[in-house]
Design a protein around this ligand. Structure first.
Ligand code: GAL
Length: 816
């Protein structure tokens, strides 16, 4: 018996991986590592997509995949858990393991992440005496319960590296340091409690706390941001680690498309490693989709593309993906010198510097130029190197330039949307419809509960729905002085969207401007003598996910609500806030599950209405052929929710147009990036296309259901596929270009010129000189009909252009 036990121990010992740190770097089985990691949040894609996304991460040079764990998704009702489908955390972690990558598990359980309520369940907020993220007993008990449960689940599957699994790091809390001021002493005590609680769970791998400059030992304080090269952990004997390098930014309804340039992301990473960093995680590597009601906010869009290296649908976002892959390869090739070398720096002034990592075996160098305007010429060991403005050159042997963050040799891919090519699909969908049945509310004012008070929406709905009816009745006597006057209804509102009805009549809607969620809705209304029913439908669009005490940010109709009567000499105000209010959570059509394919409800094909509020639409369609990602174009619709075969694909709001101003005609990668820089999509719907994962589709008939709140025209709705339309490159001599149409053959070369061509992808033009050889012919020979071709940008291959100097480039555009 004794012998058997010790045998078991030996088995464990053989397979376990020891992860720790030695001040300089994370060490895995005693070796210091350069670690590149990328965030992929499992519920923002489908399990069918995970293997491909993770494989692309690996091919992109990542060592690890990072994810948050989303408490409100897993525990939607207290002590009732859901780990099915997109929420199958264990399956996701095993997919990472199968691909041979490491995992970073950010349990939180506060996530932020532009996720609904930052990942907290709303029932938690509604527990008596509850305050989040401080030394509140009820909160700590629940947080510990959930965290322990996740750790136990993961342990049971042997997924921590200490058990032979892939997970090398775990995170507790999230960026608490950014908001802890207002929590005072309790905040400090809470963070100590978090550390002790996490430590007591014995996961056998290090715990991290990001943006926590009082992180208690042995928690590792890490950095989040667009740049982290200046970051110094509070405990100098811990490695310099970057948990969130924001590859782009998120999008909000009414906002524009963020774009962070490839050059700048690469610059930030290279500079971080130049200055002693050893762990970099991209947030996001694949952003994905906020299906269902998972978008946070208020006002986070359904797309969470993030301008990440993999786009929302999992396509390579080129050149970002490829340029970073090259960087990862170079950094990995220098792992030994970067993690064991002695560091010395030479400052050349004007933001130019050289950093040398030196071991007995050799040395590696970074030449940095942080100047936003001028290139730097660096003389080093008898050679001269030009380092473009806002860039870093990496020389793994301190002699030959292997990589420069601003010199992109990876192709740019231009994505296109193609019409649905399914067999026998008519070009327009055939719609049926039905109205949302609201009579009980708008005519009778009849809800489920009554109170003489206006409640925050979260308190009433427990966030089981976006919708909450607030209803009351007002009686006027025949001779009531009000009735002779011009009357209006005034609602002081923190509902992102509000619809108002009086006596069954729709009097209008209003939505908040982004960032101004407290506003006044005021409409002229005719009241009658006798009983009047006021019905207000308050709609949330993702609950707040960030800030100190964000759980208490108001949502819904918090009042006051009043009726005003005016004539020449008098204004009378009747405050309705303390009236008897009747509440009803949710809408009928949702309760009756009209979105389900099996739904037996009656739909009409007669006179399908346009621009009608509160209307359900349904159509069948055939899935697009092939395996390119599918989107549905919802242009023409207002705001609502869409389902495909009963799967909620998220909120839609194509009627929300971003403002005309603020887009950059030219996007300069030089200089610090911020979320307002390099925006595109001005004056367009914030989000027009909505992702329909292939796994939601059947081979035969498929059903699309829309619930339209504001009124829209579904006649333009259609399904499309997204794929690479054309690829471009613009590369200096002495490099190679790889062109690839992502597993499809290249069909033609549209432009090619070797010399000094002008313009950008899609609008290249010949310059003043070019090679006399027919470059288009040469590239056609090499590339057309192939899935991939590699071209040497050299005079041997392309002939000599009649311009001299080092600035000769090949610009090429190929059609896929
Ligand atoms: C960070 C946060 C992330 C995410 C990010 C912005 O502050 O930790 O969860 O919200 O900002 O995308």
């Amino acid at each position: 018996m004794k012998e058997m036990k010790s045998q078991k121990l030996i088995v464990l010992f053989v397979y376990a991986t020891i992860v720790s740190h030695d001040g300089r770097a994370i060490t895995i089985d005693g070796h210091r590592r350069v670690l590149l990691s990328g965030s992929i949040h499992y519920p923002r894609s489908t399990p069918e997509m995970w293997p491909d996304l993770i494989k692309k991460g690996k091919e992109g040079g990542l060592d690890a995949i990072e994810t948050y764990v989303f408490w409100n998704a897993h525990e939607p009702t207290r002590r009732q858990y859901d780990f099915s489908g997109k929420l199958d955390l264990i399956r996701f972690l095993k997919t990472i393991q199968d691909e041979g990558l490491y995992g970073v598990l950010r349990i939180g359980p506060y996530a932020c992440a532009e996720w609904n309520y930052g990942g907290f369940p709303v029932w938690l907020h509604n527990m008596p005496g509850m305050v989040f993220r401080t030394t509140n007993k009820a909160f700590m008990d629940e947080m510990q319960n959930f965290t322990t449960m996740i750790v136990d689940m993961v342990k049971k599957e042997n997924l921590f590296a200490s058990q032979g699994g892939p997970i090398i790091l775990a995170q507790i809390e999230n960026e608490y340091g950014n908001v802890m001021g207002p929590y005072g002493e309790s905040g400090k005590a809470y963070i100590k409690w978090c550390a002790n609680m996490a430590q007591s769970l014995n996961v056998g791998v290090p715990w991290i706390m990001c943006q926590q400059n009082d992180a208690p030992h042995p928690m590792l304080n890490t950095c989040n941001g667009f740049y982290c090269d200046n970051f110094v952990p509070n405990n100098p004997n811990t490695p310099k680690m970057w948990t969130e390098n924001w590859t782009g930014w998120f999008k909000q309804w009414g906002g524009k498309n963020p774009h962070r340039t490839t050059e700048d992301v690469a610059f930030s990473v290279a500079r971080f490693f130049q200055r002693g960093g050893t762990f970099n995680n991209y947030y996001m590597y694949h952003g994905g989709t906020n299906f269902d009601r998972t978008a946070g906010g208020p006002y986070i869009t359904t797309s969470y593309d993030y301008d990440a290296p993999l786009d929302e649908y999992g396509n390579l976002n080129q050149p970002k993906y490829g340029h970073l892959k090259q960087l990862h390869d170079v950094l990995h090739s220098m792992e030994k010198t970067l993690t064991y070398g002695n560091i010395s720096t030479i400052d050349f002034g004007n933001s130019a510097s050289a950093t040398i990592y030196k071991t007995k075996e050799g040395s590696s160098c970074f030449f940095g130029n942080g100047n936003e305007n001028s290139d730097a010429t660096i003389s080093f060991r008898g050679e001269s190197y030009v380092v473009p403005a806002w860039s870093i050159t990496i020389l793994p042997d301190c002699k030959n330039e292997a990589y420069n963050t601003a010199k992109i040799t990876t192709q740019t891919s231009m994505m296109v949307k193609k019409p649905n090519e399914a067999e026998d699909t008519p070009s327009t969908l055939k719609w049926s419809w039905r109205p949302e049945n609201m009579d009980n509310f708008v005519l009778k004012g009849k809800g489920e509960s009554t109170q003489t008070q206006l409640f925050d929406q979260k308190v009433v709905t427990n966030d089981q729905s976006d919708y909450l009816w607030y209803m009351t009745t007002v009686k006027f006597k025949k001779r009531d002085p009000f009735l002779g006057k011009n009357m209006s209804l005034r609602v002081n509102c923190t509902a992102p969207v509000l619809h108002a009805f009086v006596n069954g009549k729709y009097i209008g809607n209003q939505h908040a401007e982004n960032g101004k969620f407290n506003y006044i809705f005021e409409k002229d209304v005719k009241f009658k003598s006798g009983r009047n029913v006021i019905a207000l439908l308050s709609i949330t669009v993702g609950l707040a996910n960030y800030g100190a005490f964000f759980e208490s940010k108001p949502a819904g109709i918090t009042g006051p609500i009043s009726i005003t009567g005016r004539n020449v000499d008098e204004t009378i105000v009747k405050d309705l806030s303390a009236h008897k209010w009747s509440y009803k959570t949710g809408l009928n059509g949702f309760e009756n599950q009209l979105f389900r394919t099996e739904s037996m409800s009656k739909w009409s094909v007669e006179s399908v209405p346009f621009n009608r509020t509160m209307t359900w639409y349904k159509a069948t369609f055939k899935a697009p052929l092939g395996n390119d990602p599918v989107v549905v174009d919802l242009l023409g619709l207002g705001k609502g929710t869409a389902w495909v075969n009963g799967n909620n694909i998220g909120r839609y709001w194509p009627a929300f147009i971003s403002s005309e101003n603020g887009c950059a005609a030219k996007c300069n990668y030089r200089g610090p990036y911020h979320a307002e820089k390099c925006l595109t999509n001005c004056g367009e719907p914030t989000q027009r296309w909505y992702h329909v994962p292939r796994s939601f589709l059947n081979a035969g008939d498929n059903t699309l259901v829309l619930f339209e709140e504001m009124g829209g025209n579904p006649s333009l709705v259609n399904f499309q596929t997204t794929r690479v339309g054309s690829v471009c490159a613009n590369v200096y001599e002495k490099n190679t270009i790889e062109l690839s149409c992502d597993r499809k053959p290249i069909s033609a070369i549209k432009f090619a010129s070797f010399g000094n061509p002008d313009g950008n992808c899609g609008s290249f033009e010949k310059g003043t000189c070019e090679s006399s050889n027919n470059t288009v012919d040469i590239l056609t020979q090499e590339c057309v009909g192939k899935e991939k071709c590699i071209i040497d940008v050299s005079t041997e291959k392309l002939g000599a252009p009649d311009c001299t100097g080092s600035a000769r480039r090949l610009a090429v555009e190929a059609i896929c």
